[in-house]
Design a protein around this ligand. Structure first.
Ligand code: NZQ
Ligand code: ZN
Length: 389
């Protein structure tokens, strides 16, 4: 096991009705005026936004509304939000929504106290250390941004979708998690979120770091629980207990607990981010296409951990590593297929993907040779993208 520092300062408040604590928690961290960030309208239709506003008012926390954030959020809204916060002396963010809303709130939080262009952090020009406090009311278990130090934003000029990873600067101060808020999710979003959280675990699971039995077993345990709970939420979207289990899995998958003491991979995410940047697909659905292709390449070239996944998560019996890996991949594809997720480009509605463009953007954004579990160059990533056809 590698040495590590694990610091996750987010206060999670979980259960029915917890959104009513938005005002109290904002006030408890000293906020007087927040930017209330939300998406395309689901929180307006469900009445959630009104409840959050009531809670803020009851705790004397002033707010400004900043809605209309779209999935795969873009830098234009971040610049707009930064301007508003500076002009109106906003002292914190309250994100009501999923990854796209939370990541936009985080980017604004980072940009307000910085005199230069907020994109400098995403471009890797400097390290993110200071940001306004961010609170979250989560409406979709998927991206795990409620517990991560990350923010993923697309720069419209050139369609560069970049994940900024910070150790603690961008971890939310609090996350309010009411599973009932997820009852209204469309099945495709529920399923895509499930794929995303599983892949957050897998990106950490596929490692060459030896002697990581504890985190391997934590990862396998959460994966197995997701596989058991997922069909229940798909069959009965208002089943509180399975929604609750899926919601908490999404946080555990990405708040770092599954990655302690080990090198991580993250190539599948990098490859998917190019697809969702160019074609605007739902991130988790994109991963359901990328990951089996990436794993197939690994089954041929470096199968040992893929084989372990097949044996321990899907109870594959094959003694040969390549065979166990292949059977594990088939089981994973069948599982995602059973949730209604695509496993090919065509399934994502992309009939003629521009593979050359995806490969060149990927290596322009991430470097010539990428990956923690297995080092991949341009010809390798081209093979993997072609395996998605
Ligand atoms: O915009 P509204 O109307 O709210 O609708 C949203 C949106 O259309 C809808 N939705 C959310 N909660 C709902 C609901 N509809 C009905 N009922 C509810 N309770 O779901 C749609 C998707 O929302 P979005 O926020 O985009 O989903 P998600 O949480 O999957 O976030 C995806 C974004 O997060 C990034 C992805 O790349 C993508 O840009 N990621 C962020 C990460 C992080 N910050 O740590 C890590 C991830 O790997 C990921 O890359
Ligand atoms: Zn993800």
């Amino acid at each position: 096991m590698n040495d590590f520092t694990y610091y996750t300062p987010t206060k999670y408040v979980f259960g029915r009705g917890v959104e009513s604590k938005a005002g109290e928690l904002s006030s408890s961290i000293g906020l007087k005026k927040v930017l209330l960030v939300y998406g395309g309208g689901s929180v307006v239709r469900s009445g959630l936004l009104d409840r959050v506003k009531e809670s803020l008012t009851a705790s004397n926390v002033d707010f400004l509304e900043f809605g209309g954030i779209q999935p795969n959020p873009t830098d234009d809204r971040v610049y707009e939000g930064i301007e508003i916060c500076r002009r109106e002396n906003v002292d914190g963010m309250l994100a009501v929504g999923g990854g796209s809303v939370i990541d936009t709130a985080k980017a604004i939080a980072l940009g307000v106290p910085y005199e230069g262009d907020f994109w400098d952090f995403y471009a890797g020009k400097l390290k993110a250390e200071t940001a306004l406090p961010v609170g979250v009311v989560l409406t979709i278990p998927a991206a795990g941004s409620e517990g991560s130090g990350n923010s993923v934003i697309t720069k419209l000029d050139g369609l560069h979708k970049i994940s900024l990873r910070t150790e603690s600067a961008l971890r939310p101060k609090f996350a309010l998690m009411n599973p009932e808020l997820t009852f209204t999710l469309p099945p495709y979003q529920t399923a895509s979120g499930i794929a995303d959280m599983m892949v957050h675990i897998l990106e950490r699971y596929f490692t060459n770091t030896p002697d990581v039995e504890i985190t391997d077993r934590v990862a396998e345990g959460v994966l197995k629980a997701i596989i058991e709970e997922a069909p229940k939420v798909m069959a009965n979207p208002t089943d509180y207990q399975s929604r609750a289990n899926i919601m908490w899995s999404g946080t555990l998958a990405h708040n770092g607990i599954c990655g302690t003491g080990r090198a991580e991979d993250w190539v599948s995410h990098a490859m998917e981010h190019e697809i969702s940047a160019v074609y605007g697909v739902t991130h988790g659905a994109g991963l359901a296409v990328v990951v089996p292709a990436w794993m197939t390449f690994m089954a041929r070239n470096h199968p040992f951990k893929i084989a372990q996944f097949g044996r321990r998560v899907f109870d594959v019996k094959a003694a040969d590593d390549k065979l166990a890996a292949t059977e594990g991949i088939e089981a994973l594809k069948a599982f995602w297929g059973s949730l209604g997720l695509p496993v090919t480009f065509a399934g994502l509605g992309i009939e003629a993907p521009d593979i050359d463009l995806l490969v060149s953007k990927l290596h322009e954004n991430k470097g010539e040779v990428i990956g923690g579990y297995y080092r991949l160059n341009r010809s390798d990533t081209e093979i993997i993208y072609r395996l998605m056809m």
